[in-house]
Ligand binder design. Sequence first.
Ligand code: ADP
Ligand code: MG
Length: 345
Amino acid sequence: MTRRAPRSARRFLLLAPSICAVLAACSPQPREYLFSGPAMGTQYNIKVVAVLSARELQAVDQAIRDVLAALDTKLSNYRPDSELSRFNQDTSCQPFALSPETEQVFRIALRIARESGGAFDITVGPLVDAWGFGPHPAAQPPGDAELAALRERVGYQHLEWAGEHAIRKKRPEIQCDFSALGPGYGVDCIARALEQRGIHRYMAELGGEVLAKGLNAGGVPWRIGIERPVSGEEESIQRTVHLRDMAVATSGDYRNYREVNGVRYSHHIDPATGRPLTHPLASVSVLHPHCAEADAYATTLMVLGPDKGLAFAEAQHLPAYFIVHKEGGFEERATPDFAQYEQAR
Ligand code: ADP
Ligand code: MG
């Protein structure tokens, strides 16, 4: 959907005790059910702890698929007929009426763009393509003149609200890309659908972004592993967080990157330079009650880098955990608010 395929769902690992079989035997005790499938160019995995009839099970499965299919028609910049693609193609600079979902994504994105001084910026789409990512990846990195021209087409300040539920471009060539928060928003929408069905204990994951609600099948907070940021290797866990009613999202440089003539390019663009990141931050994980925000803030901290990112996270009281490349390995950093989530409760 909003994402290119390489976005991996493997940045987290779920560490659940395997007690489902025991619980299943003493019905009507809650059981653990697993739902999974493709979405947004990646994968979703959802665990639900509940008592469900076969019919309800099917209804939940369908509800999850419906939510994701509906989001695809709105937020995808890979589908030419989506609401976002229609907005991107519209060069009229007239107010563009938004669906409630697309409006909500714009509101979160523009708020975090302002808070971060433009480090988070959904108008980077043309630059993302130019550096070889996105729906129309260029084969070669842009030269200086091309880069200068592209930067004219980027800047969240060229978007403005036009009445209650409409947005307007101030420059016709502005294009938006929701990839940095779409999966997290998708998780929040799945969560809403589950809650509407009376389900309040679940772990919903899409593209590596996770929301954990209530207690797991073992009656304790969900244990989510934060992956060691190493590409091409078997996944291994660097840290584990214990989550209840909390989301965690991770941004990293270790899965989605490309190499041209021996130079490695990140899929994260620093809007201040128009170029991919060059700092040594390997990955950053952010906790937030809402997964869309966790996703957007993880990208924001990734762009800001290990020093400015840490300062921003501390100022915003975000629980955040950074893994920084260092000669011969990694260095870890965390905000004071992070430590409590590493303790089993
Ligand atoms: P990942 O979790 O895979 O590391 P992110 O959630 O950080 O991914 O989103 C990365 C995507 O966000 C990029 O592929 C690109 O489409 C988009 N992007 C790149 N730079 C920025 C930026 N500065 N602000 C907002 N979105 C960005
Ligand atoms: Mg993100």
